[in-house]
Design a binder for this molecule. Structure first.
Ligand SMILES: [Zn+2]
Ligand SMILES: [Zn+2]
Length: 149
C-alpha cells in the first residue's frame, strides 16, 4: 500500500506535465504546485529562497549535467525529499543525484530549487563548490552515503 496522500500523485503529474512543456520558463506555475507538495519543514526556506528574485542559482547547464539515476538503480522505498513522492510511482522516473552529497531528487523538483539556489535543500552542501565532475561509479553505492553526513 502506498502512503502517498490522496491527490498528491495527481499534483505531481501536473507538475511533471508543466515541467516537460515549459521547463523553468513557467516557474510560477511549477512553484504553485510544488508549494502544495513540499513538507512544512522545507516550506519556509523554500519560499524565502524564491522570494529573493535576483538571487543567482545554478546555471542551467549545471542542472542539465546532473547525473540521472537509472530506473533499475532506484530502490522501491526511495522518494523525493522535496515533494515526498515515490520515484517508482512514475513509469519513467527522472531522478538526479547531487554529485557531492549524494542526495537524490526528482529532476523537476531540484531544477526549480537550483534555479534559485546553489545549495542542496537537504544538507546545504554548496553544489557549485565542487568540481562538476560526473562520477557514475558512485551511483552503484546505495548504502554508504550516510557515512559522509
Ligand atoms: Zn519531487
Ligand atoms: Zn545534500
Amino acid at each position: 500500500m502506498s502512503s502517498t496522500p490522496e491527490g498528491s500523485s495527481e499534483l505531481r503529474a501536473q507538475l511533471r506535465e508543466i515541467f516537460r512543456r515549459e521547463g523553468l520558463h513557467d516557474m510560477t506555475a511549477v512553484l504553485q504546485i510544488l508549494s502544495q507538495l513540499i513538507p512544512e519543514s522545507l516550506q519556509e526556506e523554500w519560499l524565502e529562497q524564491m522570494e529573493e528574485t535576483d538571487k543567482k542559482g545554478c546555471p542551467e547547464s549545471f542542472i542539465d549535467s546532473l547525473p540521472r539515476i537509472h530506473k533499475s538503480k532506484i530502490t522501491p522505498e526511495s522518494s523525493c525529499s522535496i515533494c515526498c513522492g515515490n520515484y517508482l510511482d512514475e513509469d519513467y522516473p527522472l531522478v538526479i543525484r547531487l554529485p557531492h552529497c549524494g542526495h537524490d531528487f526528482d529532476l523537476e523538483c531540484i531544477s526549480v530549487w537550483l534555479a534559485k539556489s546553489t545549495s542542496c535543500p537537504l544538507c546545504r552542501d554548496d553544489v557549485l563548490s565542487h568540481k562538476p565532475e560526473i562520477d557514475t561509479s558512485g551511483l552503484e553505492v546505495e548504502e554508504d552515503w550516510g557515512m559522509y553526513g
